[in-house]
Design a protein around this ligand. Structure first.
Ligand SMILES: *Cc1c(COP(=O)(O)O)cnc(C)c1O
Length: 240
């Protein structure tokens, strides 16, 4: 099932869209199955779980004597990240999509300074009408830009957002449009980050727009998403 779905999504989606397979709450075997179908990028939302999966992969490599097994797998962190958990996450991930506060941004920058790693991040924006959702509001983002502070160990690659959980397509469309507008607001910042080497992908430096999940990705794609994050369609429902 996992394989068929990966193949179907890949054939459906424009080649320029990056598919993040959200594997949270699913076992490592599910990730392996998706990997065998050609999927390389996986999203995790809890530090402990990400670390457990990274360790499991290391164990498999050691047991089989295959140090290169799944060496091109890419991890994206997509959940709320507490500043005291950075060391469980930052050494292993290719991107943190969920930078939802200045405090976290500063902590990641400081960690990078101490550990000699520039971390690719997306600014998570609060675009939904749901109270509980994390992320920068428009005003917080304006404050951040106005502060003029620089974060040399962080590369701002774009924005991420989650639309309201509703069947109402008009509401979801408005949410996504808000993210597109915020993306325009940070475009210069992304452009400056773009100049930092090394930079993989995104040749134009226009920046990533991560929006769209299992329930709303077709609309996100039609509106210009460059990254979509899909869990339950690929791996099945999660049992929390
Ligand atoms: C869980 C999660 C997803 C995937 O959700 P599905 O509805 O299962 O596709 C995407 N983005 C974030 C930030 C998530 O936490």
């Amino acid at each position: 099932m996992i394989k068929e779905t990966i193949h179907r999504l890949k054939s459906e989606l424009p080649a320029t869209i990056k598919l993040v397979a959200v594997s949270k709450f699913h076992p490592f075997e599910a990730i392996e199955e998706a990997y065998e179908a050609g999927q390389r990028c996986f999203g995790e939302s809890r530090p402990q779980e990400l670390l457990a999966k990274v360790r499991e992969l290391e164990k498999i490599r050691a047991e089989r004597g295959e140090p290169d097994y799944m060496s091109d797998v890419e991890w994206h962190f997509i959940g709320h990240l507490q500043t005291n958990k950075l060391k469980m996450v930052l050494p292993y991930v290719d991107m943190v999509q969920s930078v939802d506060s200045v405090r976290l941004l500063e902590a990641i920058d400081a960690w990078g300074c101490n550990n000699n790693k520039v971390t690719d991040i997306l600014i998570e924006c609060h675009i939904s009408s749901d109270e509980s959702k994390q992320g920068f509001s428009r005003d917080e983002l304006l404050d951040l830009l106005a502060s003029g502070k620089s974060y040399p160990n962080v590369r701002v690659r774009g924005v991420m957002g989650m639309a309201s959980l509703t069947e109402d397509e008009a509401v979801v469309r408005d949410d996504f449009q808000r993210l597109l507008d915020l993306h325009d607001m940070v475009a210069d910042w992304i452009g400056e980050s773009h100049l930092l080497p090394p930079y993989a992908g995104d040749e134009c430096g226009c920046g990533e727009i991560s929006m769209g999940m299992s329930g709303d990705y077709p609309m996100a794609v039609s509106m210009g998403a460059t990254i979509i994050r899909i869990g339950s369609i690929i791996f099945g429902e999660r049992s929390y």
